[in-house]
Design a protein around this ligand. Structure first.
Ligand SMILES: Nc1nc2c(c(=O)[nH]1)N[C@H]1C(S)=C(S)[C@@H](COP(=O)(O)O)O[C@H]1N2
Ligand SMILES: [Mo]
Length: 263
C-alpha cells in the first residue's frame, strides 16, 4: 500500500523532459568516449618506442597487441593446417623471379663449393654438403606460392623436409629453441622463423624446381620453401642456419613488414 502511494505521488516526465534527458545522456557518453579515445591515442604516442633492429620500430603497447594477434593466428591457423596442394600439371612452367638480395652479387655461384653451415651449441658448426642433403628422403610439393607484393603462382618444388633434416642430424637440442634463423652465404638477406613453422610438415629445404636442380636466380643450390608463410620468408640460397630463443634478425621485418608473415 505504501509503495503504491509513493509511485502515484511521482509526476511522470513530459516528452520534452524525456528528450532532454536522453540528449544529456548521449552527449555525456559521446564526450566520455572521445576523451577516452584522445587520451588513449596520446598515451600510445607518448609510450616508448620499441628497440629498433628486429622489427621496424613501433610503440611498445602496439607491438604487444600485434604479438597477441600473432599468437592467436599462430595457434589457430598455420601450425595445425596443411596448405592446399595441386596436381603437377597445374604448376607454372615459367616461374617468376622476384628479388635477388644476397644472390645478385654472386650470380655465377659455384654450387660445388657450397656447404650449409649449421650453427649448434658451444659455437660449433656442422658443415653439410648438397650430396648429404640429397641422400635424405625426397618430398615434393605443388602449391600456390604467395608474395606480399600481391602476386601468387602455383609452383612445384622438391627437396628434404626441414623436420627430416633436423631429425637426421640429431638437432634435438636445437629444435627446442623458439626460433630458427637463416642467412644467405654473404649475409645480405636473412630471415627468422618460429620453430613451429620450421617444423611444419610442408616446410622444405628445396634443391629442385619442376623436377630440375634449382637455377641460381631461384636460390641454388638450396632454398627454403615454407608454404605457411609469404614469399619473403622463403629464403633463396641458404648459407647458414642458426637457433635461438630470441627473434633472429629479419631483413623485411627491419623494413617494417610483419615479422610473422604467416598465411
Ligand atoms: N636471398 C633471397 N631470398 C629471397 C628474396 C631475396 O631477395 N633474396 N626474396 C624473397 C621474396 S620477396 C620472394 S616473393 C621469393 C621469390 O622467389 P622466386 O624469385 O624464386 O620467385 O623469394 C624470397 N627469398
Ligand atoms: Mo615477395
Amino acid at each position: 500500500m505504501e509503495n503504491k502511494s509513493k509511485e502515484s505521488s511521482k509526476i511522470p516526465p513530459t516528452v520534452d523532459q524525456k528528450i532532454k534527458r536522453r540528449n544529456f545522456i548521449s552527449f555525456g557518453v559521446f564526450f566520455a568516449a572521445s576523451t577516452g579515445a584522445i587520451a588513449g591515442w596520446e598515451w600510445l604516442l607518448k609510450s616508448p618506442k620499441e628497440k629498433f633492429g628486429i622489427t621496424g620500430g613501433t610503440r611498445v603497447p602496439l607491438r604487444r597487441a600485434l604479438n597477441k594477434t600473432e599468437l592467436f593466428f599462430r595457434n589457430f591457423f598455420s601450425n595445425n593446417h596443411l596448405v592446399k596442394t595441386y596436381p603437377a600439371e597445374m604448376a607454372a612452367k615459367q616461374v617468376r623471379i622476384n628479388s635477388l638480395i644476397g644472390i645478385e652479387e654472386d650470380l655465377h655461384f659455384d654450387p660445388q663449393k657450397w656447404k650449409l653451415s649449421v650453427l649448434i651449441k658451444n659455437g660449433e658448426s656442422l658443415n653439410i654438403n648438397l650430396e648429404e642433403i640429397k641422400s635424405l628422403p625426397k618430398t615434393e610439393i605443388i602449391y600456390d606460392f604467395k608474395c606480399v607484393e600481391g602476386w601468387d603462382q602455383i609452383q612445384h618444388w622438391g627437396g628434404v623436409k626441414l623436420s627430416d633434416f633436423l631429425n637426421h642430424f640429431k638437432l634435438d637440442e636445437e629444435i627446442k629453441k623458439q626460433y630458427m634463423g637463416l642467412q644467405t652465404p654473404n649475409g645480405k638477406y636473412y630471415i627468422g622463423l618460429e620453430m613451429q613453422s620450421a617444423l611444419h610438415p610442408q616446410t622444405l629445404l628445396a634443391y629442385e624446381m619442376n623436377g630440375k636442380p634449382l637455377a641460381n636466380e631461384h636460390g641454388a643450390p638450396l632454398r627454403l620453401i615454407i608454404p605457411v608463410k609469404y614469399g619473403i620468408k622463403n629464403l633463396k640460397r641458404i648459407g647458414t642456419m642458426s637457433f635461438s630463443n630470441s627473434r633472429p634478425k629479419d631483413y623485411w621485418a627491419e623494413h617494417g613488414y610483419d615479422y610473422y608473415s604467416g598465411l
